[in-house]
Every structure is written in C-alpha cells, then in structure tokens.
Design a binder for this molecule. Structure first.
Ligand SMILES: Nc1ncnc2c1ncn2[C@@H]1O[C@H](COP(=O)(O)OP(=O)(O)OP(=O)(O)O)[C@@H](O)[C@H]1O
Ligand SMILES: C=C(C)CCOP(=O)(O)O
Length: 259
C-alpha cells in the first residue's frame, strides 16, 4: 500500500499506445478506427461499472515522436529551443484534444492533464520524474477521467526532454496506489522470437534478447523500455493489443502479464 495521501486505491491506469491510435509511420495521422474502438471499450467499461476510476494516458505515435525526432529530442537529450518545445507539445495537445473529444462523445467525463505544465526532472535527465499528483487524484475523486499524454518535461541541465507515456503510467500507478495497469498497443503482447505472445514476464534478463525498440520513429525506447518500466511497478501490468482491451477492462489478463 502507498502511504501517499493522494492514493485512491482502486484506480485502473490505462495507456493507449501511440502506435494504436495513430498511424505511426505517417506524420500527424490518426488511426481513427482504432481510436474509436478503444473509446467504445472505455465507455462500455465505465457504463457496466467494471472499472470505477480510470486514468488514461496516451502515447505520441506519429504526433510526438515525429517532431521530437526532427529536433533531436528524446527522453535523455533535451532542447532549449522554445519553438521545438512548442512543436512537440503542440502536436501532443492536438492529439490529446482528439482523444478527449472521442471519449466525451461517448459520455466519458474525460479532462486533460498536461505533463509539461506540472512535471520536471529536477535532478537532470538521468534523475527521477517529479509528477505532482494532486490534480489527477482530485479529478479522479470527483468522478472525472483524467487523460494525460507523453509530452515535453522540464529537465535540469538539459532544457526540455521527452517524458513517455510509459514513464507516466508507472508514476501514476505508484502514486495513486492503482489496482492494475494496462498498455494497449499495436501488438497482441510481448512477442518471443517466433512471434508468439509471451504470457508472463517477471525478469528483464529472461526476455532481453527478444525485446527491441519500435518499428517506427520512436524517441522513447519502444517495447524494451516499456517492459523495463513495467517490471519496476508494484501492481500487475498487462501489455495487449486492440482485441484485448475489453477483456482487460473486465479484469482479465489478456496478452502479456508483467509482475
Ligand atoms: N518482443 C517484442 N514484442 C512486441 N513488440 C516489440 C518487440 N520488440 C520490439 N517491439 C516493437 O514495439 C512496438 C510497440 O512499442 P511502441 O513504443 O511503438 O508502442 P506504443 O506504446 O503503442 O507507441 P508510443 O510509444 O507511440 O506510445 C511494436 O510495434 C514493435 O515494433
Ligand atoms: C514523443 C513524445 C512527445 C511522447 C512520447 O510518449 P510515448 O509515445 O508514450 O513514448
């Protein structure tokens, strides 16, 4: 149990991967069908009551990664160019607006929380992420669905680096003492060398050989970084594809479970 006063205990933290909701190889292109299906699943789960408190985080896909890559910005390399920061953040808030409106159209009380405005890496790019949690926790307590996203983040001695949605879900799940964490991506789970879904992972070394980055432009490390982040997490996490989302929101363990 977390001793953080903002912990709400029964929250589910869900990442909608950028590779799911955008066409990652075509700059600033949405995958409207996949996004709609994901929003249907979320609205259905809230209606049925299988999830009471939900935090959604979405990734960058062809919005954030494309601009970050053009400016040479990653989770470890920053920029002091305000125009570059605005291009990266602007693309992410554009995508965030679309995600919010697709959720709101389905009756989901979704509201934005923009990480660039609240978070930092005060010890530099190798240091921990500081994500003040009060706004997300209070919104959750008031019945909203906070929607965060990968973004730029103020970083001591580096300017602005990228914070990935994968880092955000770990921080959110820990600080909120969440019940479960899900990562819905474009793959049906973490795949072994034969392309078969690995049902469970409990150590990085056991799967390091099959873990790669992303097939597309990606400044935050793809699947290898995802698994590393999720292994460091207390509550169980699942990595699954679009077909697993309804099942995850019903409390099942589709795809790969990471403990
Ligand atoms: N062993 C593996 N199993 C599954 N996917 C893998 C593996 N190794 C590398 N990958 C790559 O990881 C990608 C998923 O990671 P990626 O970071 O692109 O997803 P995402 O979180 O949906 O996107 P974003 O980072 O834009 O939010 C897959 O599309 C695949 O190219
Ligand atoms: C590239 C940016 C700005 C966001 C990265 O977030 P991710 O897609 O979750 O890795």
């Amino acid at each position: 149990m977390s001793d953080d006063p903002d912990a709400v205990g029964d929250a589910v933290v869900l990442k909608l991967g950028g590779s799911l909701i955008t066409e990652k190889d075509r700059p600033e292109t949405l995958d409207g069908e996949s996004l709609a299906a994901a929003c249907d699943a979320i609205a259905g789960a809230l209606d049925e009551g299988t999830v009471a408190r939900l935090v959604v985080v979405h990734g960058g896909g062809s919005f954030g990664h494309h601009h970050a890559s053009e400016h040479g910005v990653s989770t470890t390399t920053g920029t002091r160019d305000a125009d570059a920061v605005m291009e990266i953040h602007g693309a992410m808030t554009t995508l965030n607006r679309v995600v919010l409106s697709r959720l709101q159209e389905r009756g989901v009380p979704a509201v934005p929380v923009h990480p660039l405005s609240v978070s930092a890496r005060p010890e530099g790019s190798d240091g921990d992420l500081d994500l003040p949690i009060a706004s997300t926790a209070t919104l959750l307590g008031e019945g909203f669905v906070p929607v965060l996203h990968g973004d730029g983040v103020a970083t001591a001695d580096a300017g602005v680096t990228v914070v990935s949605g994968d880092e955000l879900i770990v921080e959110l799940a820990t600080r909120l003492d969440a019940r479960r964490v899900g990562v819905c991506s474009t793959v049906p789970g973490v795949l072994d060398a034969d392309g078969t879904v690995i049902p469970a992972i409990d150590s990085f070394e056991a799967v390091a050989d099959v873990l790669g980055g992303s097939e597309s432009t990606d400044v935050s490390g793809g699947m290898a970084a995802k698994v590393r982040e999720l292994l460091a997490l207390d509550p169980p996490a699942s990595v699954f594809g679009a077909d697993g989302l309804v099942s995850f929101l019903r409390g099942e363990d589709p795809g790969t479970r990471i403990d």
